[in-house]
Design a protein around this ligand. Structure first.
Ligand code: KIV
Length: 267
């Protein structure tokens, strides 16, 4: 059973020194599996653009797709605390547009919170959402929606200027009312410093050992995303191979007339 029921539990877990576990989920079947583990919270990440839809970036992901996938996850994990990623350009145009988009997410999916990428520039957006009672998770460091500006998927915060910006952004997001912040691909010492300076928890992916929690993309941790081997990733299973072997065995048995067998037949 997950330990997180609401945003207050994030802060409580940080205070108690209990690591927060988060995985992404994009559909009913995986949400059911996750909801029957002790994982604390689920992220419907726009990484679905990569691992489900097969795009090179998360940029093509739409608001309607995030709503569709989040509602599937909610049906599979009705008791879990679910965070839905705001897709590219759904919170950039204006506060009014953002509120309309987030209103749709909250009403149509039953999700508990939204996550957005960026720091200082998005403080007014975070403030407006929090004011409207929509909990916000921040996301700093490598922010995949900015891949074209960043020039690739590399570690962020390595030089002093970037380091200071990420730290300041984290403090600003906290002040604006974010209840937690994802830190993606930043050096461990920077993630440690941010984690120590914030009252709200940090959830790391490629951000080292000292964050208050960790998040992984479920396809990556289960070994479904063949060929994706970043240093930060640990594969806990090889479902790509297991699935392929099962499908191949089914194919072989049909060809050999051993499936369907006696026990699979209605009489
Ligand atoms: O979209 C996503 O899955 C994410 C995680 C990598 C944190 O933002």
């Amino acid at each position: 059973m997950s330990s997180i029921k609401n945003i207050k539990d994030f802060a409580k877990m940080k205070q108690a020194g209990q690591p927060i576990t988060m995985v992404t989920c994009y559909d009913y079947a995986f949400a059911r599996i996750v909801s029957e583990t002790d994982i604390d919270t689920i992220l419907v990440g726009d990484s679905l653009g990569n691992v489900v839809a097969g795009y090179d970036t998360t940029i093509p992901v739409t608001l309607d797709q995030m709503i569709y996938h989040s509602s599937m996850v909610k049906r599979g994990a009705p008791g879990s605390f679910i965070v839905t990623d705001l897709p590219f350009m759904s919170y950039h145009v204006s506060i009014e547009d953002t509120m309309r988009n987030c209103g749709r997410i909250m009403k149509e999916t039953g999700t508990n919170a939204v996550k957005l990428e960026g720091g200082k520039d998005f403080v007014p957006v975070v403030e407006a959402l929090v004011k409207a009672s929509i909990p916000v998770m921040g996301h700093l460091g490598l922010t995949p929606q900015s891949v074209h500006k960043l020039g690739g998927y590399s570690v962020q915060g390595k030089d002093e200027e970037q380091r200071k910006t990420i730290l300041e952004d984290a403090l600003l997001l906290q002040e604006a009312g974010a209840f937690a912040i994802v830190l993606e691909m930043v050096p461990e010492p920077l993630a440690k410093e941010i984690t120590q300076r914030l009252a709200i928890p940090t959830i790391g992916i490629g951000a080292g050992r000292y964050c208050d929690g960790q998040v992984l993309v479920i396809h990556d941790l289960l070994g479904l995303n063949k060929g994706f081997n970043p240093k930060f990733l640990k594969r806990y299973a090889d479902l790509y191979t297991i699935s392929q072997q099962a499908i191949q065995t089914y194919h072989k048995e049909v060809k050999e007339h051993t499936f369907p067998a006696e026990e699979n037949v209605f009489k």
